[in-house]
Design a binder for this molecule. Structure first.
Ligand SMILES: *Cc1c(COP(=O)(O)O)cnc(C)c1O
Length: 415
């Protein structure tokens, strides 16, 4: 093993002490969807051994022996079950992040349908239009309702106008700003009604934020977002609800679609993934989180997160602070707090609205402290504007003819 010189060792320990000090000094953030309720120390020994590289296809071990593909396959199986992927028609892998997973989905779309048009809503994460651009596919941005859910009439109109083209839809299962969920059952029905054949369509679901919590809902309440509802490919982040200590995401796809777009092999395992060398620690972390929680633990964490968000929403209402929350969301959207409060709690400002994510690890005490700080202030008078420009719930500029006469997006209660 290499051992550093005394001088280098001194530089490193001083720098690490400074870094640790900065990280320790970070206050309580509320604006990010990153859960932080897992103790990762049981993985310390394996995390410090050295390289773990899951090269290419996780379902072929390949030549390089230091990998975690065996646990990766288990992790993919657990998530595929949660998303009702057909037992005999599923494949997936742990990608570097949800952006890579989106690129996987849209690259598959481009290989299957080079002439496809990609439809996604204005509430889609910027990673979606970026992935469409990288895959050289044209994308069309669709309207949403005031709470960030796809406008199905606009969707139907845009599909009807492109009957000659293969249609690729990217639905949100938990939009970044408001955790809006696009109804994949309705999307599938519209594609059926407009006679878009299954060979000329692909439905991708960006479930980066909410895929796991939505999957834990009772079937009577669960929105339509998974394979049973018509999805062909779903991706979900590891570093959001699952709290993994590095960015990562799982992508699950119908294996039969992949088979129609074959890939080459050169590392002893097919190069079936966007990144060839892949993080074996990340795959292990996803499996570890899923396994220590189990389905009951995942459900309990989702229930707690939603309960805390419901409490925050109610308390904001009682304080006269405009706020709303989508069904099943752990995110509360509120009129943007004053600048200093925003800075202290790490809250973004899109169009006079901010959001608080009650991700697992956010405590009721933290929410109580935030509410107490906010109690001394009054909300900004005009949510829905940035620098004098009207913006929608997604923080985008609103075309003049679509502007509501009154700001409709920040209301008082549940839908
Ligand atoms: C976070 C997020 C992404 C992007 O994920 P990365 O892992 O940061 O690349 C995409 N979509 C949604 C809905 C997200 O919340």
């Amino acid at each position: 093993m290499f051992s550093p010189s005394a001088a280098a060792g001194g530089v490193v320990s001083a720098r690490l002490a400074r870094l640790t000090g900065r990280l320790d000094g970070i206050g309580d953030a509320l604006g990010f969807p990153a859960a932080c309720d897992v103790d990762w120390s049981p993985l310390a020994e394996i995390f410090t051994r050295g390289l773990l590289n899951n090269l290419g296809d996780p379902f072929v071990d390949g030549l390089y022996p230091f990998h975690t593909k065996d646990v990766e396959r288990d992790a993919i199986g657990i998530i595929a079950d949660l998303f009702h992927a057909p037992a005999d028609d599923r494949w997936g892998y742990v990608a570097g992040n949800a952006s890579e997973a989106a690129l996987y989905g849209l690259d598959l779309a481009a290989r299957l349908h080079p002439n496809a048009v990609v439809l996604h809503s204005a509430a889609a994460h910027p990673a979606i239009s970026k992935a469409a651009r990288l895959a050289r596919l044209r994308s069309v941005v669709l309207r949403t309702d005031p709470r960030g859910e796809l406008d199905y009439d606009d969707f139907a109109d845009q599909v009807a106008a492109r009957r000659d083209r293969p249609i690729v839809v990217v639905a949100n299962a938990g939009s970044t700003f408001s955790e809006a969920v696009d109804d994949v059952r309705r999307i599938t029905t519209i594609l059926d009604e407009l006679a878009v054949p299954s060979e000329r369509r692909l439905v991708l679901v960006d479930a980066a934020l909410s895929g796991i919590p939505l999957a834990t809902l009772d079937p009577t309440e669960r929105p339509g977002f998974d394979f049973a509802d018509g999805a062909d490919c779903i991706f979900v982040s590891g570093h959001k609800f699952l709290a993994t200590p590095m960015p990562c995401a799982a992508v699950i796809v119908r294996a039969s679609l992949r088979a129609r777009a074959p890939v080459v092999s050169y590392t002893g395992a097919p190069d079936a993934t966007i990144s060839t060398s892949r993080n074996g620690h990340a795959a292990l972390a996803v499996w570890y989180a899923l396994t220590i929680f189990g389905r009951d633990g995942l459900t309990a964490r989702a229930v707690n997160a939603r309960d805390l968000a419901a409490h925050l929403h109610t308390a904001l209402g009682e304080q006269g602070w405009p706020a709303w929350r989508n069904p099943h969301a752990m995110t509360v959207t509120l009129a943007t707090p004053p600048h200093d409060i925003r800075g202290r709690w790490g809250l973004a400002d899109h169009g006079g609205r901010s959001h608080i994510v009650c991700a697992p690890g956010v405590t009721r005490d933290r929410v109580t402290t935030f509410l107490a700080e906010l109690a001394d202030h009054t909300p900004t008078p005009e949510p829905g504007r940035v620098n004098g420009q009207a913006v929608n719930v997604n923080g985008r500029r609103v075309p003049r003819q679509l502007r509501p006469s009154a700001p409709a997006a920040v209301g008082g209660d549940h839908r």
